[in-house]
Design a protein around this ligand. Structure first.
Ligand SMILES: [Zn+2]
Length: 137
Protein backbone atom coordinates (compact mmCIF):
# COMPACT_ATOMS: atom_id res chain seq x y z
CA UNK A 1 0.00 0.00 0.00
CA UNK A 2 1.41 3.35 -1.05
CA UNK A 3 0.98 6.12 1.46
CA UNK A 4 2.10 9.20 -0.40
CA UNK A 5 1.09 11.20 -3.43
CA UNK A 6 3.49 13.77 -4.81
CA UNK A 7 1.46 16.52 -6.44
CA UNK A 8 3.64 19.26 -7.90
CA UNK A 9 2.43 22.83 -7.33
CA UNK A 10 1.61 23.59 -11.00
CA UNK A 11 -0.77 20.60 -11.08
CA UNK A 12 -2.34 21.70 -7.83
CA UNK A 13 -2.89 25.18 -9.28
CA UNK A 14 -4.37 23.67 -12.44
CA UNK A 15 -6.94 21.68 -10.48
CA UNK A 16 -7.80 24.75 -8.38
CA UNK A 17 -8.48 26.73 -11.55
CA UNK A 18 -10.63 23.93 -12.99
CA UNK A 19 -12.56 23.61 -9.74
CA UNK A 20 -13.35 27.33 -9.72
CA UNK A 21 -14.32 27.34 -13.39
CA UNK A 22 -16.69 24.38 -12.91
CA UNK A 23 -18.29 25.75 -9.72
CA UNK A 24 -21.05 25.07 -8.65
CA UNK A 25 -20.58 21.83 -10.55
CA UNK A 26 -17.72 19.38 -10.11
CA UNK A 27 -14.66 19.39 -12.35
CA UNK A 28 -13.04 16.03 -13.06
CA UNK A 29 -10.10 14.46 -14.79
CA UNK A 30 -7.43 11.80 -14.72
CA UNK A 31 -3.97 11.80 -13.22
CA UNK A 32 -1.07 10.54 -15.29
CA UNK A 33 1.90 9.52 -13.21
CA UNK A 34 4.32 6.91 -12.00
CA UNK A 35 4.38 4.50 -9.08
CA UNK A 36 7.71 4.39 -7.33
CA UNK A 37 9.06 2.97 -4.12
CA UNK A 38 8.86 6.38 -2.40
CA UNK A 39 5.27 6.93 -3.46
CA UNK A 40 3.10 7.96 -6.34
CA UNK A 41 4.08 10.95 -8.43
CA UNK A 42 1.55 12.89 -10.48
CA UNK A 43 3.17 14.09 -13.71
CA UNK A 44 0.34 15.38 -15.86
CA UNK A 45 -3.39 16.00 -15.65
CA UNK A 46 -6.00 15.05 -18.23
CA UNK A 47 -9.07 17.23 -17.66
CA UNK A 48 -12.26 15.50 -18.78
CA UNK A 49 -15.79 16.53 -19.51
CA UNK A 50 -18.08 15.80 -16.60
CA UNK A 51 -20.96 13.79 -18.07
CA UNK A 52 -22.97 13.61 -14.86
CA UNK A 53 -26.46 15.05 -15.08
CA UNK A 54 -26.61 16.15 -11.48
CA UNK A 55 -24.47 18.87 -9.94
CA UNK A 56 -23.18 16.94 -6.96
CA UNK A 57 -21.44 14.15 -8.84
CA UNK A 58 -19.09 13.47 -11.70
CA UNK A 59 -18.65 10.99 -14.48
CA UNK A 60 -15.48 11.07 -16.55
CA UNK A 61 -16.03 11.03 -20.30
CA UNK A 62 -14.91 7.50 -21.36
CA UNK A 63 -13.22 8.90 -24.47
CA UNK A 64 -11.06 11.11 -22.28
CA UNK A 65 -10.25 8.03 -20.22
CA UNK A 66 -9.03 6.07 -23.26
CA UNK A 67 -7.06 9.06 -24.55
CA UNK A 68 -5.37 9.60 -21.18
CA UNK A 69 -4.43 5.95 -20.91
CA UNK A 70 -2.98 5.91 -24.40
CA UNK A 71 -0.96 9.11 -23.84
CA UNK A 72 0.31 7.85 -20.50
CA UNK A 73 1.39 4.47 -21.88
CA UNK A 74 3.20 6.13 -24.78
CA UNK A 75 5.25 8.02 -22.20
CA UNK A 76 5.95 4.90 -20.16
CA UNK A 77 3.59 6.10 -17.45
CA UNK A 78 0.14 5.11 -16.26
CA UNK A 79 -3.16 6.63 -15.22
CA UNK A 80 -2.68 6.41 -11.47
CA UNK A 81 -5.95 7.95 -10.43
CA UNK A 82 -8.61 10.57 -10.89
CA UNK A 83 -9.36 13.98 -9.45
CA UNK A 84 -12.56 15.92 -8.98
CA UNK A 85 -13.83 18.87 -7.01
CA UNK A 86 -16.30 19.09 -4.16
CA UNK A 87 -18.14 22.42 -4.43
CA UNK A 88 -19.60 21.75 -0.97
CA UNK A 89 -16.14 22.21 0.56
CA UNK A 90 -15.91 18.72 2.05
CA UNK A 91 -12.57 17.02 1.32
CA UNK A 92 -13.88 13.52 1.96
CA UNK A 93 -15.04 10.87 -0.52
CA UNK A 94 -18.81 10.81 -0.83
CA UNK A 95 -20.73 7.51 -0.62
CA UNK A 96 -21.01 7.66 -4.42
CA UNK A 97 -17.24 8.13 -4.76
CA UNK A 98 -16.71 5.00 -2.65
CA UNK A 99 -18.95 2.98 -4.95
CA UNK A 100 -16.78 3.90 -7.93
CA UNK A 101 -13.50 2.91 -6.29
CA UNK A 102 -11.74 1.20 -9.23
CA UNK A 103 -8.69 -1.03 -9.18
CA UNK A 104 -6.59 -1.43 -6.02
CA UNK A 105 -4.30 1.51 -5.45
CA UNK A 106 -6.25 3.82 -7.77
CA UNK A 107 -5.91 7.36 -6.41
CA UNK A 108 -8.87 9.59 -5.64
CA UNK A 109 -7.76 13.20 -5.36
CA UNK A 110 -10.43 15.57 -4.09
CA UNK A 111 -10.25 19.35 -4.30
CA UNK A 112 -12.74 20.87 -1.88
CA UNK A 113 -13.77 24.39 -2.70
CA UNK A 114 -15.06 26.70 0.03
CA UNK A 115 -17.18 28.79 -2.36
CA UNK A 116 -16.24 29.96 -5.85
CA UNK A 117 -13.54 32.35 -4.59
CA UNK A 118 -12.79 30.46 -1.39
CA UNK A 119 -9.77 28.41 -0.43
CA UNK A 120 -9.22 25.00 -1.98
CA UNK A 121 -8.11 22.12 0.19
CA UNK A 122 -6.84 18.84 -1.19
CA UNK A 123 -7.13 15.31 0.14
CA UNK A 124 -6.11 12.04 -1.51
CA UNK A 125 -7.31 8.50 -0.95
CA UNK A 126 -6.58 5.08 -2.43
CA UNK A 127 -8.99 2.40 -3.60
CA UNK A 128 -10.44 0.08 -2.59
CA UNK A 129 -10.80 1.15 1.05
CA UNK A 130 -10.14 4.88 0.58
CA UNK A 131 -7.25 4.97 3.00
CA UNK A 132 -5.83 8.47 3.19
CA UNK A 133 -2.65 9.30 1.28
CA UNK A 134 -0.36 12.03 2.48
CA UNK A 135 0.22 14.81 -0.03
CA UNK A 136 3.62 16.20 -0.87
CA UNK A 137 4.95 18.60 -3.50
ZN1 LIG B 1 -16.83 13.26 -4.87
Amino acid sequence: VTARLILPLPLRRQIEAEARAAFPRECCGLIEGVRRSDGLRAVKLHPARNLAGEADRFEVDPEAQFAALRTARESGRDVIGCYHSHPNGVAEPSPRDREGAGEDGFVWLIAALAGKDGAVSFAAFAAPDFGALSLAE
